[in-house]
Design a protein around this ligand. Structure first.
Ligand SMILES: Cc1cc2nc3c(=O)[nH]c(=O)nc-3n(C[C@H](O)[C@H](O)[C@H](O)COP(=O)(O)OP(=O)(O)OC[C@H]3O[C@@H](n4cnc5c(N)ncnc54)[C@H](O)[C@@H]3O)c2cc1C
Length: 383
């Protein structure tokens, strides 16, 4: 009998493994289980869909039944997994059904963090983390004018740029003193802020939201600096937390993510994890490029050729057309300094160690043209 690989999650990570594994093994039985509709789409498109003329319908690349016939896979949409029995290699679904696996891949993604705010409008704060969320978001901004975004990180800035480009009035609130505070040195953050302000974004930085009240379908945000903001909708994008609950309840080691080694393998031999839910050798990298590399390595391992994942330097493009930006942040455990050059049209910030080695960069505006040359000088993230 052929073996069965069960993949939980039909996001970019789940589908990337399924596709790579099918290329290597035409016979293996692959079952994909998911909470959601199971269709294939590119999640990064959600935060620039207005300016690229995309609708939730056009973002959906292929529905589950099309993916199923294309990849010769059984796909089970709306089928949440409740528990994993690691000893008996079995999954219990919320419906009560049990499914046995030879190898299990957890591609569970991450949840948006929700801040503990006060006020009667808090439960109506919106987050956008998948296509269903985005469809609701698009519906709820119809006929609306003013949107408040909590969080000036990558996703917050991208949505802010997209919404002002579509003529919304946008207020962005962040406790940090600059946008993209975790990715950019101060001069680069200030440059991005100016460009986004010129495009129409109102920043409220160095402050946070205290309360969100809803009166007559309008939201009133009170900030800790004493300011108030009125808006038609509040979008929160303050960070992601890997989905680890299913794994930890099963006794699989978790930390910030589901802990895996270079073979994407948990502490159980036949259980693997990748994507936003996984912590690979201490790194949680919630981006597309790491998924591509991890999926190729994992598919080879699942097909019988144990293959460790290697991560080259993987710069991230920030989709803010008002200020083209590409970042390759230095690893958190390296020591160096930022050296920044700015000429009004762009910012080139290079992070170097004491010997002059390049360990990271942030390129904005015209400086983004140096991306390829500088990427080739960066060390790999996992060699
Ligand atoms: C708005 C936005 C813009 C982004 N832009 C970029 C970008 O420009 N560049 C970039 O590199 N990255 C970007 N990212 C990040 C990137 O999209 C993610 O890293 C990637 O999509 C994560 O894929 P994933 O498969 O790990 O998780 P997900 O896509 O979240 O998939 C998780 C899957 O697991 C399923 N699931 C979870 N729990 C269960 C359960 N118990 N039972 C059954 N199924 C379950 C879910 O239903 C879902 O199918 C962006 C993210 C967002 C939100």
């Amino acid at each position: 009998m052929s073996r069965t690989v069960v993949i939980v999650g039909t996001g970019l990570a789940g589908y990337a493994v399924a596709r790579e594994l099918r290329k290597l093994d035409a016979e293996v039985s692959i079952i994909m289980l998911t909470n959601d509709h199971g269709g294939f789409y590119s999640k990064p498109m959600l935060s620039n869909a207005l300016s690229t003329g995309k609708t939730p319908q056009s973002i959906l690349n292929s529905d589950a039944s099309h993916m199923s016939s294309q990849l010769k896979i059984a796909i089970r949409p709306h089928c949440p997994v409740a528990t994993i029995d690691v000893q008996r290699s079995r999954l219990m679904l919320q419906s009560g059904e049990e499914i046995t696996f030879d190898q299990l891949v957890l591609a569970l993604g991450a949840d948006q963090v929700r801040l503990p705010l006060a006020g009667n409008g808090v439960t109506e704060i919106v987050t956008v983390n998948d296509l269903d969320d985005y469809a609701k978001f698009r519906e709820s901004i119809t006929e609306k004018k003013r949107i408040a975004i909590i969080g000036a990180g990558l996703i917050g800035c991208e949505f802010a740029n997209d919404l002002v480009a579509a003529d919304y009035q946008v207020d962005v609130i962040d406790i940090g003193t600059q946008p993209l505070g975790r990715l950019l040195p101060p001069d680069a953050g200030a440059f991005l802020r100016r460009k986004l302000e010129t495009a129409g974004v109102n920043f409220h930085l160095g402050t946070s939201v205290e309360t969100v009240e809803n009166r007559d379908a309008r939201f009133y945000l009170k900030l800790t600096n004493g300011q108030s903001i009125e808006s038609d909708l509040v979008l929160s994008s303050v960070g992601l937390r890997s989905r680890t609950g299913l794994a930890s309840a099963a006794g699989i080691a978790v930390n910030r993510g589901i802990v895996v080694n270079r073979f994407l393998q948990t502490d159980f031999e036949n259980i693997f994890a990748l994507g936003d839910c996984a912590e690979v050798e201490g790194k949680v990298l919630p981006f597309v490029m790491p998924i591509t590399h991890a999926a190729r390595a994992l598919a080879a391992t699942l097909a019988g050729h144990a293959t460790p994942v290697h991560y080259p330097a993987m710069p991230v493009l920030v989709k803010t057309p008002a200020c083209p930006t590409v970042v390759s942040p230095p690893d958190f455990n390296v020591i160096g300094e930022w050296h920044t050059d700015s000429d009004g049209e762009g910012v080139k910030a290079l992070y170097r160690d004491g010997s002059g080695n390049l360990l990271g960069f942030a390129l904005l505006g015209t400086a983004t043209k140096e991306k390829i040359a500088l990427t080739s000088q960066l060390p790999p993230i996992l060699s």
